[in-house]
Design a binder for this molecule. Sequence first.
Ligand code: ADP
Ligand code: MG
Length: 355
Amino acid sequence: MSTAIRLLVLWLTATLLLGACERNDPVHHGRFLAFGTLTDISIAGVARQQAESAIEALESDFAIMHKAWHAWAPGPLSRTNNLLAEGVRFAAPPSVLKLMQVSGQLAQQSDNLFNPAIGRLVKLWGFQQDTMENQRPPDSAAIAKLLKANPTMNDINIDGIHVQGSNPAVQLDFGAIGKGYGIDLAIEHLKEMGIQNAIVNSGGDLRAIGSRNGHPWRIAIRNPSGSGTLGFLHISGDESIFTSGDYERNYLWQGKRYHHIIDPRTGYPAEGARSVTVVHDNATVADAAATALFVAGSGNWHRIARQMGIQYVLLIDSNSVVHMNPAMEKRIQLMDESLPVEISSPLIDPEQEPK
Ligand code: ADP
Ligand code: MG
């Protein structure tokens, strides 16, 4: 065979193989860093070029959101925090205003277990930093002082686009909701770009729309250790799955591990849960709820989930007991069937439980 013919045969084989791949697996993937974690985009049902330009658009969306809601780098949120502490009336930056409004409602529904006004506490514990090296728990007197000041979203008066803080201890930290809200905006943007079947997955927290070419999306739920898979869920339509866990950001001090989800009632890292997974149609609510239910722990998650309108919860407590509501149990396939499981009463009235 001449070199030219050999090249032609090679080219034809490669083209045919590519074509076959695209027919069998027409899901396009893109990956970039966002909110300090890897974000994976999967898109089905459109041509590769359309998927690629959508992924590029999302990458720049996420870069803007990351800047807008960064809790400790200078930007719209830090400016807002300075003005809230001063107690002056000011026009809030649009990117922060919407999150403040949504957060206020979710904080109220969660009895302030989700409380994004506790930025000072989060900072005091050393979790507003890029690295967890050389961290140690703060002085108990400093924690007590912030607890006494009791910053909540109720200390922010929102009047149209104007806001005013009435408690200098309030500092917003959207670490427990920003990713969810960002994923909701990303899904809206995908829909505007004509994409109906996709997953936006940021470090294991995700929202999926549509299907994988007619088949439900199959989603892996992380183990509470942060590595490996606890189980699988199928989703089709439009749903979000969010997990909050003590493995995400933490440090060791004198043999004890301190993690980044703070119980606003005690001022210390929340105890009793190792991870909480929430399924909800909206990523913003799923994100805030996963954090709130983590703080609520095995004794209170059910009540708070009902208040927040959550229909699917899985909580692993510190003794590794898996707590679920019946609708969640019906949906999830656990990898390890020998895990101790405790099924709660239904979260919604039995007639309304999804089949
Ligand atoms: P992840 O998705 O990283 O596991 P979460 O969604 O639970 O975490 O958010 C944890 C982050 O939220 C913390 O790093 C901190 O910035 C902030 N935070 C900590 N405790 C609370 C709380 N009780 N309410 C609201 N935000 C919190
Ligand atoms: Mg959260």
